[in-house]
Design a binder for this molecule. Structure first.
Ligand SMILES: Cc1cc2nc3c(=O)[nH]c(=O)nc-3n(C[C@H](O)[C@H](O)[C@H](O)COP(=O)(O)OP(=O)(O)OC[C@H]3O[C@@H](n4cnc5c(N)ncnc54)[C@H](O)[C@@H]3O)c2cc1C
Length: 463
């Protein structure tokens, strides 16, 4: 079968949902078999569930924590993403300031800087080898409309009193990476790049070392609060828990009370063959930092630890329904990604793409992730990163810990907790509204070369 550039995608050949997951698998853990009792049951073995279980186990070493994962840790978006751990919460800094104000945006940004530092320390202390590097993040403009968005972010940083967003001229951008069409940008120094599947494996093992009981192949089919306890059912057994954390990201659409607030976003990446020394010389990119452009639905790209370029973003279908595995590989979207890769790096026309995949993430109207109670004090959910969860999930783990322990801390006063989720229209209207929104966003991006007042108006209405 020929998917992209005339090749069989590597990850598909290996039977894995991503190249990262194809490169290494952890030894599977057995499913839940029989009954367990727990202080806390965590549902979902991605970054959110694992960071939360780890932080909780550290703060309450005597607590009995059970984590239930339907497939294997990292099967969801956590094992398939681009591996950019950024300070960004939500869409961008300008948008965050508009939504929560400069004081809260500053606090959140500083918490994210701390969280990225903690990811680095945690990996060093636990011996997690996940190809982690700390090259920073270059955000670039490819058109007049995108120039404006770069300036808006820089202005938002100034209003927040943040000095870690540096303006970068066209010439400086080209010294960082030979992408001739780039016009200007900003550089943010804290961002990390990593192999996400290797980090998930490391987190799973770190959770086990802290006494967390992790069961894979254990899909939760029912969560039923009763009295002061919550029953959590799987095909092989049941957990009787004091509290439950729902950390199932896009799959949380299966929780009826969350359907009003969440939609599914399908995100995609492609991967080139390894570059030769001559090809790297043609593209420059000496600092090997992560790069994103300023489309509304941006392109993002980065070098990988095995010497390839990961190129992702662009089209991101928005669905009212639950994740659909059939959408994980979409040839039309992969072809459009290849087209924009060739447009950006014409000097790499001899470099084939070898892999491509996608995965579902949970979207919220504001794009700001949220932790909230479904059942006061008993069932908590944490999700809604809208495609930017690698870094924020580490912060979310600490927020969840404090909420589950009933602590009132600066973390539980962050907008991740205090800003309520904006509801979507009722059921049957969700699908048409989301496809209309996607159509508008795509049209804005296709025309983002020149300033467009209607684009600004449409964006404001959509947000
Ligand atoms: C292609 C792609 C590229 C991305 N790139 C980036 C990036 O570069 N940077 C960034 O910050 N973010 C990126 N993201 C988003 C990021 O991956 C997510 O925000 C993050 O991984 C969310 O982690 P999570 O633990 O909340 O969810 P997930 O990793 O999706 O974990 C949810 C888990 O719950 C399990 N589950 C579902 N239902 C059940 C059930 N009933 N019972 C038990 N378990 C269940 C699933 O199997 C899954 O393992 C990208 C996402 C994709 C798909």
């Amino acid at each position: 079968m020929r998917d992209i550039a005339g090749v069989q995608p590597l990850s598909k050949a290996a039977g894995a949902p991503s190249h990262w997951l194809a490169r290494g698998r952890a030894v599977p853990l057995p499913p839940l078999d029989g009954s367990q009792s727990a202080d806390v049951a965590v549902v979902g073995g991605g970054f959110t569930g694992l960071w939360s279980a780890i932080r909780l186990a550290e703060a309450a070493p005597k607590a009995r924590i059970v984590l239930l994962e339907s497939r294997y840790a990292g099967f969801g978006a956590s094992g398939r993403n681009g591996g950019f751990a950024m300070t960004m919460v939500g869409r961008n800094l300008h948008d965050l300031v508009r939504k929560v104000g400069p004081t809260q945006a500053r606090t959140l940004h500083l918490e994210m800087v701390a969280a990225l530092g903690e990811i680095q320390r945690f990996c060093a202390d636990e011996g997690i080898e996940c190809g982690l590097s700390h090259p920073g993040m270059l955000t670039v403009s490819n058109g007049q409309e995108q120039d404006l968005r770069i300036r808006q972010d820089l202005e938002a940083a100034r209003r927040c009193g943040l000095t870690d967003f540096k303006p970068v001229s066209a010439g400086e951008c080209r010294e960082l990476v030979a992408a001739e069409r780039v016009r200007l940008g900003h550089l943010e120094e804290h961002a990390l790049l990593l192999d996400p599947a290797a980090l998930v494996r490391g987190l799973r093992d770190a959770a086990l070392r802290r006494g967390v009981l992790v069961f894979e192949g254990s899909p939760v089919t029912k969560i039923s609060p009763s009295g002061s306890r919550v029953g959590v059912e799987t095909p092989g057994g049941r957990v009787d828990a004091g509290q439950v954390l729902v950390a199932t990201n896009a799959y949380a659409r299966s929780v009826p009370r969350l359907r009003r607030y969440l939609f599914t976003v399908c995100a995609y990446v492609t991967l080139t063959a390894p570059l030769s020394a001559a090809q790297w010389a043609r593209v420059g990119w000496k600092r090997r930092m992560g790069i994103e452009d300023k489309r509304v639905m941006p392109h993002f790209h980065r070098p990988t630890p095995d010497g390839r370029i990961l190129w992702g973003g662009r089209d991101a279908p928005l669905l009212a329904g639950p994740p659909d595995p059939a959408r994980d590989r979409d040839r039309r979207i992969f072809a459009r990604l290849e087209e924009s890769f060739r447009w950006t790096f014409p000097q790499l026309s001899d470099l084939p793409l070898e892999d491509a995949w996608g995965g579902p993430v949970s979207g919220t109207v504001s794009c700001i992730p949220h932790a909230g109670w479904l059942d006061q004090g008993r069932v908590l959910y944490a999700l809604g990163y809208s495609g930017h969860g690698v870094g924020p999930s580490a912060l979310m783990g600490k927020v969840v810990r404090d909420l589950l322990l009933g602590r009132d801390t600066p973390l539980t006063r962050l907008p991740l907790v205090t800003r309520p989720l904006t509801p979507l229209p009722p059921g049957p209207l969700q699908g048409p509204m989301l496809s209309a929104a996607q159509g508008v966003l795509q049209a804005l991006d296709d025309r983002s070369g020149s300033p467009n007042p209607l684009a600004h108006l449409a964006l404001r209405l959509l947000q």
